[in-house]
Ligand binder design. Structure first.
Ligand code: DAH
Length: 342
């Protein structure tokens, strides 16, 4: 009995000194002292060896011991739960961070978003359309007559001929698809990839990118077209840029024009990029042909509109001084990583 009491004293100080932190420490404590094979249970088992006149006294001491263990366990458990997060692997915040390799935006993507965001500020919203297109949306609805050279196999990638499925040759197909939806007025800017059966060289590729614009409402005039495009070039190239419109021909617009800007490299003095003319052609445009409106069930007596289409590769080449169009699609990281932050 004396021995047992002395032993209990030792256990008591062990419990008081116990300081294994965290939820794990608390659980270990529970198993050692309070579990089914724990110390408290074992000591209870000793009860039968205690002489009957000492049973009461020993029982009381044992009860106190049990309460002490339970109280300690509750404290450990609470501390473990509260501080659980801190128990993971420690992080040394003074160490230098890992440098992750960061990708770069493709120059075509950044040029496309520059163009699109300027028109968005004028109230144009973005519309897109399919790259695999039928003859109606790519040609017929756009008033491209049946024997127009643009339909030639030499220029167009046909997937099938009867019925004709093809890779769109321009983003003008999106005009038709949006007008067909029948919601007017319509003010859209349409970026996308287009395909033409051309020999690949430093200056031309079999696929490239365009941005198409379309504005249909009552009383839209050629003056609106000019002002919209003038705003665009000033935002894009700066206030000192000059523009000129030259009469041109597109089946889907009447009248049609091409717009030139003063050469940004020689400031109009003449260089090999502008072929010593001082001007660079940047887009085609015009008033939407009444036949095109009719094809989309829009009344040309009530509504008028303008459209324009421009390439993305050429302005990107001019801006970044790129002389070979093939670089855009070769995915050479040495080329691409030069556009960090553009
Ligand atoms: N679709 C023409 C092309 O691929 C570009 C174009 C010219 C689009 C005049 C237009 C436009 O909307 O009005 O060359």
């Amino acid at each position: 009995m004396e021995q047992l009491l002395a032993q209990l004293e030792v256990y008591r100080s062990e419990i008081e000194a116990y300081n294994i932190p965290g939820a794990e420490g608390a659980e270990k404590f529970r198993i050692t002292y309070l579990g089914t094979k724990g110390l408290v249970k074992t000591l209870m088992g000793e009860m039968k060896n205690v002489p009957s006149d000492k049973k009461k006294e020993f029982g009381q001491v044992l009860n106190e011991f049990k309460q002490l263990a339970e109280a300690k366990y509750n404290t450990l458990k609470e501390a473990g739960e509260a501080g659980g997060v801190q128990q993971g692997p420690t992080i040394d915040l003074s160490l230098p961070g890992d440098i992750f390799p960061v990708g770069t935006r493709h120059p075509i993507s950044s040029m496309r978003s520059r163009i699109v965001s300027i028109f968005q500020r004028l109230g144009f919203s973005v519309a897109e359309g399919p790259e695999i297109e039928d003859d109606w949306h790519n040609f017929t609805a756009l008033n491209l007559p049946e024997h127009h050279p643009a339909r030639d196999m030499q220029d167009t990638f046909y997937i099938s001929t009867d019925p004709a499925w093809l890779l769109r040759t321009h983003t003008s197909n999106i005009q038709i698809r949006e007008m067909e939806k029948g919601k007017l007025p319509l003010r859209i800017i349409c970026p996308g990839r287009v395909y033409r059966n051309e020999t690949i060289s430093a200056r031309s590729h079999c696929f490239f990118h365009q941005v198409e614009g379309l504005y249909i409402d009552e009383n839209v005039s050629f003056a609106d077209l000019k002002q919209t495009l003038y705003f665009f070039v000033q935002e894009m190239y700066g206030n000192d840029v000059k523009v000129r419109f030259r009469p041109s021909y597109f089946p889907f617009t009447e009248p049609s024009a091409e717009m030139d800007i003063s050469c940004q490299l020689c400031k109009g003095a003449g260089c090999n990029v502008c072929k010593y003319t001082g001007w660079l052609e940047i887009l085609g445009c015009g008033m939407v042909h009444p036949k095109v409106l009719e094809h989309c069930n829009i009344d040309p007596e009530k509504y008028t509109g303008f459209a324009f289409g421009m390439g993305v590769e050429r302005p990107a080449m001019l801006k970044y001084g790129i002389t070979d169009i093939r670089l855009f699609s070769e995915n050479d990281v040495r080329f691409l990583k030069q556009f960090r932050g553009v």
